[in-house]
Design a protein around this ligand. Structure first.
Ligand code: NCD
Ligand code: ZN
Length: 344
């Protein structure tokens, strides 16, 4: 196969940031993607419907002239979230999901949830109105090894939370383990999981072997090779519970390369070429559309995009190493392999 045509893909987990960074990265996603679920972990976070509405306007203003890209907004769940404000924003069609960060789990998560009992009324309201909860699934306990934090979260937090809130629709965001893939598969129609581009490509050796590579450091951190292979199997299976959420998370190089470097890989620019390469390697190009364009809308109850994109195989395609912003550069994720599929 040297050419494939897919419904235009969507990104079900994306960080666009704000200000100069938003201006720099929004066009990178809008080039190939129809829609994206926009993460609310700004500083301060997007917690109210009014804030989500204003942020949506700033995103639309940052898009290239004529772009039809549609930002799908989310609210950042805090222990003070007002269930009625949330329900209104959802009913009005302004927000498509709510994001749960355990406090301290990742970049800009300080306002996240510490005591899960405090958000019970909000979760019940979400179950009632059918608003999905996007979960950053890692415990933050000091006694839990960082490589075990996802698997422990499933047992200690996620499974009890789902059992206590029947009907709550949950997306396990950016799963990184075989346990995550298995749990998502076993969860029925109310459970889905996003998988990033980079977790299909790198294992933890990419970060740590042969010198430390800050540009491969993200959260949840990449795990052992057996987990990467489990994610590849899940993504390329075409199964409805798995869909693309790039978690493209731009940070200035200065912040990535600091003594305490930020977590996040920036994959917005080259994701579709990388995914085509990965799916081809696994003899699963015919499942790429399910993963990138069909399963996500089905989970969120949205129509698939009307337009299509075509990927053509040829000589290696190159992407810029860096995206420029007025405050410094953002390094584009290096997949450490030649890419042959270009989006035409
Ligand atoms: C994300 C970010 O930078 O906002 N970082 C990351 O490593 N993925 C936050 C997140 O999704 O965990
Ligand atoms: Zn993220």
């Amino acid at each position: 196969m040297t050419q494939i045509t897919l419904r235009r893909p969507d990104d079900w987990h994306l960080h666009l940031r704000d200000g100069d960074m938003l201006q720099a990265v929004a066009p990178e996603t809008a080039r190939h993607f129809g829609r994206a679920i926009i993460m609310p972990n700004l500083v301060p976070p997007v917690v109210t419907g009014a804030q989500a509405s204003a942020y949506r306007d700033r995103i639309l203003a940052a898009l290239p002239e004529g772009s039809a890209f549609e930002p799908l907004m989310t609210l950042y769940l805090t222990e003070d979230t007002d269930p009625e404000d949330l329900a209104r924003a959802h009913t009005d069609g302004l927000i498509k999901a709510v994001k749960l960060y355990p406090a301290g789990a990742t970049t800009n998560s300080a306002s996240g949830v510490k005591n899960f009992d405090k958000v019970r009324p909000v979760l019940e309201k979400m179950a009632e109105i059918g608003c999905p909860l996007c979960v950053h699934g890692e415990v933050v306990d000091d006694d839990v090894d960082i490589f075990d934090r996802e698997a422990v979260f499933i047992d200690r937090i996620l499974d009890p939370l789902r059992q206590a809130t029947p009907g709550l629709r949950v997306v396990m965001e950016h799963i990184t383990t075989a346990q995550g893939a298995d749990y998502a598969r076993s969860g029925g129609k109310d459970l889905g999981a996003t998988i990033t581009t980079h977790h299909l490509v790198i294992n933890r050796n990419a970060i740590l072997a042969g010198g430390i590579k800050p540009h491969y450091y993200c959260l949840p951190v990449a795990k052992r090779e057996e987990h990467r292979l489990a994610l590849r199997k899940a993504a390329t299976s075409g199964e409805a519970c798995y869909f693309l959420g790039t978690d493209s998370a731009p940070h200035l190089d200065g912040a990535k390369l600091a003594p305490c470097g930020c977590a996040g890989c920036f994959t917005a620019t080259n994701t579709m070429s990388i995914l085509a390469e990965v799916f081809e390697q696994d003899c699963a190009l015919d499942e790429l559309e399910a993963f990138a364009s069909l399963n996500g809308p089905a989970f969120y109850g949205l129509p698939v995009n009307a337009e299509s994109i075509t990927l053509t195989k040829g000589d290696p395609v190159t992407y810029p190493d860096r995206i420029q912003t007025p405050n410094g550069d953002v390094t584009v994720f290096d997949p450490m392999m030649p890419l042959h599929w270009r989006v035409s």
